[in-house]
Design a protein around this ligand. Structure first.
Ligand code: NCD
Length: 291
């Protein structure tokens, strides 16, 4: 059993993971007694995902091996396959991997036979971010069903967006993708809009995305200033809606949202971060056989 994309989970499993996360929040379940080992292998930069996976593993009573590509033999040219097989030979039960190549988590699972959790692969998938977002929405609104959610920004380049586009409609939300045409995927299953101003009064949640400059996102719009003018969540725009604000982080103050919005009382951004810890505990607990 591994977790590659949110599509691997049916809504019953998603609900079960969110319920386990809530029980961890309320401290009413005991961690498993057998000590397991979780290895993190992050080939791309990360702050919250890596730290929260490592803390989550510790919290459920597992040991953590933190593999750093920059200081390991990967920097001497060792292949991903050899690196992964070496980590597994040392003795780990679960590998959490982030990699710039789409499909790297499946490849590692195939090469090693180990249980793998995708911590983000290229622009494809980041399932535990989706789970953190679902827990945040459920915690604030009681349920995901029936909510009107605008997903704003660099959707085409975002793995976070792909997970939300899969999960939110399945959980009953009414999702609209918002951005310049260059940022919207070429599909017609989900409603789209090129005007944030037009749809903003009717939303319960504004979910903002970072322009993925490292994936070429900056070529999709004229300038940061222009982007902010049309799609940035300014303090002034926020006054025209009662929507709550979400963002997976890291965010660019003054581009996709104003600093005052990020720090304001309508922001759920730090709740998303703390819920990230809880859902990662729940996912590891499930994969290690406890849930
Ligand atoms: C995101 C990622 O790396 O996919 N961050 C995260 O994990 N919270 C989003 C991003 O980098 O913009």
């Amino acid at each position: 059993m591994s977790l590659f994309t949110i599509g691997d989970l049916d809504t019953r499993r998603i609900d079960a993971i969110l319920d386990t996360a809530d029980r961890f929040r309320n401290a009413d379940i005991e961690p498993p007694t057998k000590r397991s080992t979780v290895a993190t292998m992050f080939f791309e930069p990360s702050t919250r995902t890596r730290v929260s996976f490592e803390l989550a593993a510790t919290r459920i009573g597992a040991d953590v091996v933190s593999f750093d590509p920059g200081t390991s033999s990967a920097s001497k040219g060792e292949s991903l396959k050899d690196t992964a097989q070496t980590v597994v030979a040392i003795g780990v039960d679960v590998i959490v991997i982030r990699h710039e190549r789409v499909g790297a988590p499946e490849a590692v699972a195939r090469w090693t036979g180990s249980t793998v959790v995708n911590g983000g692969d290229g622009r494809r998938a980041h399932p535990t971010q989706t789970l953190a977002d679902l827990l945040t929405i459920r915690g604030h609104f009681g349920s995901v069903s029936g909510l009107r959610i605008g997903l704003v920004g660099d959707i085409a380049n975002s793995r976070v967006a792909r997970g939300l586009i899969d999960a939110l409609p399945r959980m009953g939300a009414d999702l609209t993708l918002v951005g310049p045409p260059t940022f919207l995927p070429l599909q017609d299953e989900v409603a789209t809009s090129h005007s944030l101003d037009k749809i903003i009064p009717d939303l319960d949640i504004l979910y903002l995305l970072r322009v993925q400059k490292e994936r070429g996102g900056a070529s999709g719009y004229p300038s940061d200033h222009e982007y902010r003018t049309r799609f940035g969540l300014t303090s002034e725009r926020l006054e025209r809606t009662s929507a709550m604000v979400m963002h997976p982080g890291p965010f660019n103050r003054g581009v996709e949202l104003d600093g005052a919005v990020a720090d304001g009382d309508r922001s759920l951004i730090l709740t998303q971060v703390s819920n990230g810890l809880l859902v990662r505990m729940a996912v590891l607990e499930w994969l290690l056989g406890g849930g």
